[in-house]
Ligand binder design. Structure first.
Ligand SMILES: CCCCCCCC/C=C\CCCCCCCC(=O)SCCNC(=O)CCNC(=O)[C@H](O)C(C)(C)COP(=O)(O)OP(=O)(O)OC[C@H]1O[C@@H](n2cnc3c(N)ncnc32)[C@H](O)[C@@H]1OP(=O)(O)O
Ligand SMILES: CCCCCCCC/C=C\CCCCCCCC(=O)OC[C@@H](O)COP(=O)(O)O
Length: 298
């Protein structure tokens, strides 16, 4: 009995204590919930902590609320470009030219990406040049360039020969592709090999790369080419000025093309092909004159 009497108040005490504990827990939970619902800024305003590091972090978070996020900024930049590009296109001829050239290079890089797997089937092979040629022929229509070719019949149908041509701009590629004979590969500066997909496409098509700064190396490459010319029935296209020359005149010719013709002289005469008008303006007509072969042999 006494035992029973003693336990009753103790149980009541325990229940009371438990309730008190629960109430405290609920109040703490409510406070935490409220704190979570507050924004970081409110929180940072609210309770200044003792740690300066935590305070600095809080200030940082508060400041970030002013940053509108990446997408509005990107949208703003896009709208700015949308306004700026047409303005530059119509107001500045040099900007217009720059955009056209940028598209030209970008388009070639893109086409090269498409060409690479097709060319890769054959590996490095001069026949791949046909594929590149076909894929590049439409570019003149994009720019409204009309190409007029004269004297194409001067290219012999089968024998190996060296074609020499002046070089005014990277757009000469378009003219070259108009008249490029079968199994004909250009000689290009080595740097072109590193022009991304275009470099790889050129390599697959058998373009011959020379290092213009190392004359000795370039000469030995050209000597190998002379052998290939004879043994594998190929023609070579050389820009003997060795670089682009925009100002209409001709630079002194480098000698490699002529040594090449002499070294392979059992068959090749030199063909001369001069683009009469620059395509550098990216509009208008382009005349491509193919002259009869030079009579001299080395
Ligand atoms: C579906 C889409 C796919 C898209 C992909 C894109 C498609 C694209 C397709 C296709 C693209 C094709 C790429 C387009 C266009 C590229 C154009 C360029 O990159 S133009 C730059 C490179 N071209 C040259 O440089 C000309 C060749 N250069 C020469 O022949 C030079 O002569 C060279 C480099 C060999 C040496 O040049 P030196 O600057 O040192 O000057 P020197 O006076 O010519 O020669 C020095 C001495 O060496 C002798 N020498 C030269 N060559 C010799 C030789 N073969 N044998 C023996 N001696 C030689 C010369 O006789 C001279 O000696 P003594 O002064 O006469 O005693
Ligand atoms: C991931 C790498 C990206 C690299 C981007 C490179 C951009 C170039 C893009 C496309 C290449 C277009 C191929 C054009 C072929 C015409 C080559 C040409 O005409 O080269 C100039 C050369 O004859 C004389 O060079 P210099 O006048 O001495 O200078």
């Amino acid at each position: 009995m006494g035992k029973g009497r003693n336990t009753a108040p103790r149980d009541t005490q325990a229940v009371c204590a438990e309730r008190e504990l629960e109430e405290k827990k609920d109040a703490a939970g409510a406070r935490e919930g409220q704190r979570r619902r507050q924004s970081p800024a409110e929180r940072s305003r609210g309770g200044a902590t003792k740690s300066p590091l935590v305070d600095a972090a809080k200030r940082c978070v508060a400041r970030m609320e002013l940053w509108p996020g990446i997408w509005p900024v990107l949208l703003l930049l896009f709208l700015l470009l949308l306004f700026l590009l047409p303005t530059l296109w119509f107001c500045s001829p040099s900007a217009k030219y720059f955009f056209k050239m940028a598209f030209y290079n970008g388009w070639i890089l893109f086409l090269a990406v498409l060409a690479i797997p097709v060319c890769a089937v054959r590996g490095r092979n001069v026949e791949n040049m046909k594929i590149l040629r076909l894929m590049l022929l439409h570019i003149k229509y994009l720019y409204g360039i009309r190409v007029e070719v004269r004297g194409a019949h001067h290219f012999p149908p089968s024998q190996p020969y060296v074609v020499v041509s002046n070089h005014q701009s990277s757009l000469d590629l378009l003219g070259m592709m108009e008249v490029l004979p079968g199994r004909c590969v250009p000689i290009a500066k080595r740097e072109l090999l590193w022009a991304g997909s275009a470099g790889l496409a050129c390599w697959l098509a058998g373009v011959i790369f020379i290092d213009r700064k190392r004359t000795g190396d370039a000469i030995s490459v050209m000597s190998e080419v002379a052998q290939t010319l004879l043994t594998q029935d190929v023609r070579v296209w050389v820009f003997p000025e060795g670089t682009r020359n925009h100002n209409g005149s001709m630079l002194p010719f480098k000698r490699g093309a002529f040594h090449l013709a002499v070294q392979a002289q059992s068959c090749p005469p030199i063909k001369t092909s001069i683009a009469r008008r620059s395509v550098a303006s990216l509009r208008g007509d382009v005349r491509y004159g193919c002259c009869p072969q030079c009579p001299q042999k080395g």
